[in-house]
Design a protein around this ligand. Sequence first.
Ligand SMILES: Cc1cc2nc3c(=O)[nH]c(=O)nc-3n(C[C@H](O)[C@H](O)[C@H](O)COP(=O)(O)OP(=O)(O)OC[C@H]3O[C@@H](n4cnc5c(N)ncnc54)[C@H](O)[C@@H]3O)c2cc1C
Length: 395
Amino acid sequence: MVEHERYDVIVVGMGAAGSSAVYQLARRGSKVLGIDQYEPPHTLGSTHGETRITRQAIGEGDHYTPLSLRSYEIFREMEALTGEHLLDVTGGLMISSPGATGVNAVANFFETTLAAAKKHSIPHEVLSVDQMRRRFPQFRVQDNEIGYYEVESGILKPEACVRAALGLAEKSGAVLKVNEKMSTFSEDASGVIIETDKGTYCADKLVLTVGPWLPQIVGAELQGRFKVFRQVLFWFDISENYDRFKLGNFPIFIWDGQGNRDSIYGFPAVDGEQGGIKIASEEYITQVTPENVERSVSQEEIDRMYEKQIVPCFPGVGRECVKSAVCMYTMTPDSGFVIDFMPGSSRTIVCSPCSGHGFKHSAAVGECVAELAIDGKTRLNIEPLRIDRRALVKA
Ligand SMILES: Cc1cc2nc3c(=O)[nH]c(=O)nc-3n(C[C@H](O)[C@H](O)[C@H](O)COP(=O)(O)OP(=O)(O)OC[C@H]3O[C@@H](n4cnc5c(N)ncnc54)[C@H](O)[C@@H]3O)c2cc1C
């Protein structure tokens, strides 16, 4: 009989969630193997680029706030351990209005954010429209809008975070294999076995953190619970008052849509005067796969974004799009994550922390995955993230 390499845990996919899981497993002393079909961080999944918003009071649901707060701690620890700069605190402005369209396909985003801030004593201010106009003249707010300003919101550097987590994982003894693709996985009473294009490996537990490849991997019964949508990011040039948009002078923002305008979010100008500011909306119409997604951005898309979202909102932002990029959201029907064993399994964990808001939580998500794999339970409450929750089963 052929002997295969045997591990305590195999993690397939080392993007935001997988790199964090590998690190958290290794630091707890597990014999862990991480595998990725590419060489993370790479540009083909959901984790590429220089910026992801982080915030503490989470409007997507009260159960996410503890994950975010724990992630702040872990990212700060990772900075201390590696000397890498991973998190910039910029402050965050959330703008909303009565009847707003919602953020991340979640209704009541603003109200849930405010309630979470109060419940968890997160430093914040509620701003009237006049206060917003005085303090943040970069935004053309409407008379019916209200603001929530969170002091500790900011920007995570996703690729640097992935690099740091993988480096720390290796230092703690993890075996990392890149440019190696898992083709099949199975399990029996003695463990899990995975086949890749380069070998066969066994373990007690398997973690699938495969991002937008998840629907193809989890099988027919579960794949309908995860839909992948193309998203476009735009960097528009700053036509006047560059100083007002610089890191330090401009907050990250999330602006609830109203009327003809969609919800948008964005960042300070982190790439200097010529780099523009990154602004995006969200799209939940065209389902894609990582293989067939259109990765170029058309002039028509740029024009539409400028006319519909930039002109009404930002007096100092110009028409020229200096850069654009395409990324993918893996969405569940309730826009929530999944961190759970596959139905009927006590060995294979599915982890999908996306739905457009997963990066900020990824450090704590990796910790939850490690605890679930090692202890079968987690310190933070991940009950609302079960794979068999009602919203996912009835979809
Ligand atoms: C445009 C955009 C903007 C976003 N903005 C924010 C934000 O501001 N704040 C925030 O908190 N979150 C944000 N998110 C969400 C966040 O980026 C994602 O939740 C997170 O990056 C998802 O990471 P992941 O590990 O699940 O997936 P990925 O990073 O895609 O990782 C999956 C990995 O699995 C590997 N893989 C897949 N199949 C196999 C296989 N068969 N064998 C081996 N390896 C395999 C892939 O190569 C890949 O490396 C945004 C997402 C997008 C797309």
